[in-house]
Design a protein around this ligand. Structure first.
Ligand SMILES: [Zn+2]
Length: 276
């Protein structure tokens, strides 16, 4: 048991890159609704509407990202922080995760493919995904789709009670009890303290417990970490450790003020031209 603690592998499985954008999803959704009202679906199929919208000037102007971190810089920072495994979990896209994988070998870090999925019940992290899970499914549907891909589902920051918009809320405690989740987060760098309430719930429900930074800036990466058993090497080993509930949520040194300020800045004002 002692060797477990001495040699455990440090992970941060909730990091956002420049591809992450809650607002992008919001605009996509709102504009889609508007266009569908103007042009009934049977005249212009959804795919054509999406293509037109994605090529429009409006979409380009409103490409607001909630992080400016480049995947390569994320890997560099993670290596500096002594992390051996990370997951880039952008909102409703796997793009950041795929790009991060390209640099995994260079920095000697295992990259788990992942994304943060907006469901109608709250946000869920999917790890080990091969394909994107669509946004705004119910939590049950999203978890089913995650498991179908052989991936694992983790409730993102369930202790976070004040979302900016309904789509970005976290799963409620009552709801978590009814779902077939594999794990839940008990702390991130915006709260800083492990939630006793959700630690208890996770233990009662026999879920894997994770401490992640939810980094929206390089400065936050690795400030909160999860411990994995020292035998884990490949992506599948880490997924298996979550399935077997072998993770240890660790206390960290969060930069709450800096994290909060940066997140506010990115989600409100920061705009950057990002090539998708
Ligand atoms: Zn997040």
């Amino acid at each position: 048991m002692l060797s477990w603690f001495l040699f455990m592998i440090l992970a941060d499985l909730h990091i956002h890159s420049k591809y992450s954008s809650q607002m992008l999803y919001f605009y996509d959704n709102e504009i889609m609704k508007l266009l569908k009202n103007i042009y009934p679906k049977n005249i212009f199929p959804e795919k054509i509407i999406v293509d037109i919208w994605k090529k429009s000037l409006l979409w380009k102007i409103f490409k607001i990202s909630d992080s400016l971190s480049d995947p390569q810089d994320i890997l560099r920072k993670a290596a500096e922080q002594g992390l051996k495994v990370i997951s880039v979990t952008d909102h409703n896209t796997l793009l950041g995760s795929w790009e991060a994988k390209k640099y995994a070998r260079k920095f000697g870090i295992t990259v788990i493919s992942g994304m943060e999925i907006s469901t109608s019940d709250g946000e869920i992290l999917g790890y080990g995904l091969k394909e994107k899970i669509p946004a705004m499914l119910s939590a049950e549907e999203a978890i089913k789709a995650i498991h179908k891909q052989g991936a694992v589902a983790v409730a993102a920051h369930p202790y976070n009670r004040r979302p900016v918009r309904r789509e970005f809320r976290s799963l409620r405690k009552k709801k978590i009890s009814t779902l077939s989740l594999d794990g839940l987060e008990v702390v991130n760098c915006l709260t800083g303290r492990i939630s006793k309430r959700f630690l208890k719930l996770g233990r009662e429900k026999k879920l894997a417990l994770l401490s992640n930074s939810d980094s929206h800036d390089l400065v936050m990466i690795g400030t909160i970490k999860t411990g994995f058993p020292d035998g884990c090497k490949k992506e599948t080993d880490f997924l298996e450790a979550i399935r077997k509930r072998l993770t240890i949520p660790l206390k960290g040194k969060p930069k709450i003020f800096k994290a909060g300020l940066k997140l506010f800045w990115y989600s409100t004002f920061a705009r950057k031209k990002i090539r998708f």
